[in-house]
Structure formats: C-alpha cells, structure tokens
Design a protein around this ligand. Structure first.
Ligand code: NAD
Ligand code: MG
Length: 386
C-alpha cells in the first residue's frame, strides 16, 4: 500500500483519538496532514506536536491564540473557523478525510471534501441522516468513495465484499440495547445523565452515548444503512445483541446469512476504512469463543425506546424530515445533558418537532440548512416549556 495522507475532522474526540492510535501503529503507511477540533485546544496542541500535520484548525475562535502560541516553534499552520476547515480538507495533499465531528456540524466540511473528490472515512452518521440523498449524490458525482466507520456499517460493508454482487434481501443491524436494556420503563423515566452515560460495551463521546441509551443511535444507523447500501427501511431489521460481538449481518435471497464478528474495538473499522481494500495488522484483544460461551438476541422494545420508531417514521417519510428529526434530537440531547429535560422528554420533543416541520420532498442543501435551523428553534421552544 502506498502511504496515505489523512485529514481528521474531530481529532480530539473518541473516534479522532482512536484514528490517531491506528496511525501510531503504522507510521510508514499513514501520514497526518490536517487535524481539527472544536474547543479542546490542549489536546489538539499535544496531537499536533506528536503527528506534525501541515495544518490544524481549532473551530472555537476564542481558543485560536492559545493554539497558535503553543505551536509557534513548529511549522504547523494554525487556523480557526469552519470555512478554513472546508478549504483545508480540499488540499491536494489529502487522500482520505476522516469525518469524526459530532452532529450536524459535520455536514459542511464533509460536503467540501466530497466536492474535492476525497475518500471519506465516515463516522459522522448525522451527515447521512440529515442529508443522505445529497451526500450520496455528491459521492457519485465526484467519485468520492464513502467508507463506513460506524462498526455496524463497516460489518455490512465487509460482508458485502463476500457477496459477489448478489442481491441482499435483508440487513440485520445489531444493537447492544444500551444501559437501560433490562430496566423497567418507570425506572428509565427517572434516569439522569450519569446513568445514561454508562454504556455497557463501548466508550464513546457523550452525544452518541445518550443516543445509544434512547436507541436513537440505532435509528440513525437504520437510515445510514438505507443510504449507504441502497436498502428499503423495511429490509433493515434491528436485533438487540447485548454482547456486541456480531457487528451486523447480511441475508441473501436463499436465506444464507453472513456476519462480521470481533471484540468491540472501533480501531478495527477505522483502520479498515483507512487501509481499504487492504487489511493491516492491529494490536488488540481477540475473541475467545469458549469463554464467551453464548451469544444472545432479542427484539428491541419499541415501547421503552420510542426513538427507534421515530427514526423509521422519518426515513419512510423522507424529504427533509430526517433532517428535522436529527436537529430536534441534537437540541434535546444537549438539554438532557444540561439537566434541563427528562429522559422521555427527548422523544416527545423530537416527535413534536417532526410533526410541525413543513415537508419538502426533495430538499436542496440550502433547504437542509434552513430545516436544521428551524427544527433546532422549534425544539428549543418545546424544551423551554418542559
Ligand atoms: P466526541 O464528542 O468524542 O468527539 C467529537 C469531535 O468533534 C471532537 O474532536 C470535537 O472537538 C469536535 N467537534 C464537536 N463539535 C464541533 C464543532 N461544532 N465544530 C468543529 N468540531 C467539533 O464524539 P465521537 O464519539 O468521537 O463521535 C464522533 C462521530 O462519530 C459522531 O457522529 C458519532 O455518532 C460517530 N460515531 C462514534 C462512535 C464511537 O465509538 N465514538 C462510533 C460510531 C460512530
Ligand atoms: Mg454504531
């Protein structure tokens, strides 16, 4: 494999730091060109010193001086603001862009990278939820491949490589069930952020951890799967699998099922996306089937986790509705993390916002930004009334 030059958007987060760990294991194969962060100046500085990228972007302008001062003795160029991030991902030297920012903020730079024809290692699922149609169009038009980093979609992608182009009749998307899988609904209703932030199998950023507790994360992944693999929502089946060993499965018309298994370690899908189509060695845990003993499966409980149903409704309605759902979820999760609303206010805020969103059948990028702004404001109003 020739050396690949990578840009990491959201380099200080859970996916960003694990991406750097992959780079650390293969310094001869990967070189960091660009690192970006929201506000974590201290970690961005440390990463810039270790990986010596051509440039870094600290999106929060108030932190610019701190980063620029700390890197004055290096040749790392320091920028601030979303626009500079969009310009820099398009740089000639960049081969792969790891989209690992959180939320809708990932859309603009991902669009810029697609337009520049860059390969995208996509972790930022909200981009596909909010603007899947447009993003997939850009990917085709600019021949910019999208390689999934989300573990379930990486699993499906890996299974598809063995499908030989045969028709996939169903996707089985596995879900851990989150921290509240075995709880009664009354108890979940009282849970605060401390309890919701305790994910049983994965250590991730705060937003996706709450999304896992509500199962909106799985809803997002259903939408993500529809776009990435051109599936109808009714052919994407969610199955709860608490051990998180099977990362997802595909089923063929003859009933045969292929699965991808492994220890829950995000560096596996990250590295697969970065090195595709090659597989590289990776230090880490290995599955021990005998000590696992058994793998278990169950139907998701839609009563306890209404967000899953909302996501299916959004993808079936299509147009700008998934974008509105994503924005309302972003506002509601933020409010929950600030102790401003309770757990089941999250689906209520989302359902209400979706219902009041004026429908646009085939939204443009401008429509998507406008829908996002309007839905954020509408959700905020609902939150304020709680
Ligand atoms: P995180 O909160 O740990 O990190 C987010 C990163 O984005 C940080 O570097 C932060 O500085 C940056 N950022 C946040 N807001 C920003 C803004 N407005 N402008 C610029 N930069 C900003 O999140 P994470 O867990 O790494 O998740 C990142 C994305 O990957 C999310 O979309 C998530 O759903 C997806 N994902 C994560 C995992 C996981 O295991 N963590 C798995 C699958 C998918
Ligand atoms: Mg996932």
């Amino acid at each position: 494999m020739e050396k690949r030059h990578i840009a990491i958007l959201g380099a200080t987060g859970s996916i960003g730091t694990q991406t750097l760990d992959v780079v650390r294991q293969h310094p001869d194969l990967f070189e960091v060109e660009l690192l970006t962060a929201g506000s974590n100046a201290a970690l961005l500085i440390e990463e810039a010193r270790e990986f010596d990228p051509a440039a870094v972007v600290i999106c929060n302008e108030a932190k610019y001086d701190e980063v620029a001062d700390a890197l004055r003795d290096t040749d790392v160029k320091v920028f601030t603001g979303t626009q500079s991030m969009c310009d820099l991902v398009a740089a000639e030297a960049v081969d792969v862009v790891v989209a690992a920012m959180v939320g809708f903020s990932g859309l603009r730079p991902t669009v810029a990278a697609l337009k520049a024809g860059k390969a995208i290692a996509l972790a930022n699922k909200e981009t596909l939820v909010a603007a899947g149609d447009l993003v997939m169009d850009l990917s085709r038009k600019h021949r910019a491949p999208i390689l999934p980093v989300d573990s379930e979609h990486s699993a499906i992608f890996q299974c598809l490589l063995a499908a030989g182009g045969n028709k996939v009749s169903r996707i089985h998307l596995t879900a851990s069930g989150g921290p509240f899988r075995t709880w009664e609904k009354d108890r979940i209703a009282e849970a605060d952020k401390t309890l919701a932030l305790k994910h049983p199998n994965w250590s991730m950023g705060a937003k996706i951890t709450i999304d896992s507790a509500t199962m909106m994360n799985k809803g997002f992944e259903v939408i993500e799967a529809c776009w990435l693999f051109d599936m109808a929502p009714e052919d994407v089946h969610v199955v709860v699998h608490p051990e998180s060993v099977i990362h997802s499965m595909i089923e063929f018309e003859d009933g045969a099922v292929l699965a991808q298994l492994g220890c829950p370690d995000m560096r596996v899908p990250i590295q697969f996306a970065l090195a595709f189509p090659e597989r590289l060695p990776l230090k880490g845990e290995r599955l021990d089937f005998a000590s696992l003993g058994s793998l278990t499966f169950q139907e998701p409980d839609r009563e306890k986790f209404p967000c899953l149903g909302l996501a299916f409704e959004a993808v079936r309605r299509g147009g700008n509705i998934p974008c509105a759902m994503n924005a309302a979820n972003e506002a509601a999760v933020k409010a929950f993390l600030e102790d401003r609303i309770r757990f089941y206010d999250i689906p209520e805020v989302i359902a209400g916002t979706m219902a009041e969103t004026p429908y646009i059948t085939k939204p443009s990028l401008e429509d998507i930004f406008a829908t996002n702004d309007a839905a954020l404001a509408a959700a905020e109003k609902r939150i304020a009334r709680k």
